[in-house]
Design a protein around this ligand. Structure first.
Ligand code: ADP
Ligand code: DP6
Length: 324
């Protein structure tokens, strides 16, 4: 106690998406999901519990935070305090090396880093499965960021059975994600709100659940077989299925903007030219292009030609949680 602990967690992007909860309070998803942890984007979070504090204090990227993010962080720390049998408040300093709330998974790296740093600072010594369960309570996708490479979040039925595990931490496939950022602004509809609306109102939700189960099996086979083409085709298809739930919700909504569709079009055109490139999108307008290192230059040139204002970053498979 009173010891400052700093943890680093990398973001992950789902190849088979999580989009809906059967238990919103415990964050138990309707489907299992599978992701790739990325090396380029991460969060560093330092936590110290201090008996002189009268409430939790949070800074994010050096700025004091007093809005809903502090509330979410404090609610999360209440779980840690309960597990550790303490009632001390904490000072949390977090830095996102990823745009916040722009669909690039800051909540995944943010809550994975917070879970690791806060549990250790509170004197708990959790194994990675327990850390994954804890991170899940902050944000579902954070459960997968405990692990490097390909990780699967098993949906489970309750708090004990819903956690992520590594599928392949040292990735053998040549795979990368080119993140194309055209809009780094904060989204209007958070993932939490968006997925609950889709589950409640899209007539295709049950189909999504059934399709997702089949996709997950095929995705795991593609990883085991180092089959990049199947992985890419399936990831794009799964992402479009997820976004179609939002288009068919009542009222309908979307995270896409015009540029999202333009980049999707560019990716399709690249494929027509024989270049293996596939798109995936999360709760934001920015597209991630799943590709291989041999195609980096030609894809980057195509993006720069049509979208001179785009920022492109090449992200490779990244590691799981670490302490600094
Ligand atoms: P994203 O696409 O970035 O994951 P979400 O809407 O899913 O967007 O989650 C973003 C929210 O996650 C932020 O508004 C904030 O509440 C929370 N968050 C992001 N980074 C951190 C962090 N480092 N520590 C605590 N909470 C964070
Ligand atoms: C589209 O994990 O941010 O990125 O559990 O409500 O915090 P909460 O949602 P969050 O949702 C992520 C949704 C997604 C798909 C995915 O990462 O699987």
């Amino acid at each position: 106690m009173n010891k400052k602990v700093t943890a680093r967690a990398h973001t992950n992007i789902a190849l088979i998406k999580y989009w809906g909860k059967k238990n919103p309070e415990l964050i138990i998803p309707t489907t299992s999901s599978l992701s790739l942890t990325l090396d380029q984007f991460y969060t560093d979070t330092a936590v110290v519990f201090n008996s002189n504090l009268s409430h939790d204090e949070l800074t994010l990227n050096g700025q004091p935070i007093t809005d809903h993010t502090l509330l979410k962080t404090s609610t999360f720390l209440d779980i840690v305090r309960q597990m550790a049998g303490i009632n001390t408040f904490a000072r949390i300093e977090s830095t996102n090396h990823v745009p916040t709330a722009a669909g690039l998974a800051s909540s995944a790296s943010g809550f994975a880093a917070l879970a690791a740093a806060s549990s250790k600072a509170a004197g708990l010594n959790l194994d990675r499965q327990a850390l994954s369960r804890l991170a899940r309570r902050g944000s579902g996708s954070a459960s997968r960021s405990i692990f490097g490479g390909f990780a699967e979040w098993i949906a489970g039925e309750d708090d004990l059975t819903s956690y992520a595990h590594p599928i392949q931490e040292n990735v053998t496939m040549d795979i990368q994600m080119l993140t194309v950022v055209l809009d780094g602004s904060v989204k209007k509809i958070g993932s939490r709100q968006g997925m609950q609306h889709a589950i409640a109102t899209s007539p295709f939700y049950d189909t999504w659940v059934a399709e997702s189960e089949v996709d997950l099996v095929t995705m795991k086979q593609a990883i085991a077989n180092n089959d990049f083409q199947t992985l890419g085709e399936l990831a794009e298809h799964n992402a479009l299925q997820m976004h179609s739930l939002n288009f068919t919700a009542k009222p309908a909504f979307t995270y896409f903007n015009g540029d999202t569709l333009n980049i999707l079009n560019l990716v399709q055109n690249l494929r027509h030219q024989g270049i293996q490139a596939y798109a995936t999108m999360d709760a934001g307008p920015n597209v991630k292009i799943i590709s291989q290192s041999t195609a980096t230059q030609v894809i980057c040139e195509a993006i720069k030609k049509d979208f001179p204002n785009a920022t492109v970053e090449v992200a490779k498979p990244g590691p799981g949680i670490s302490y600094l």
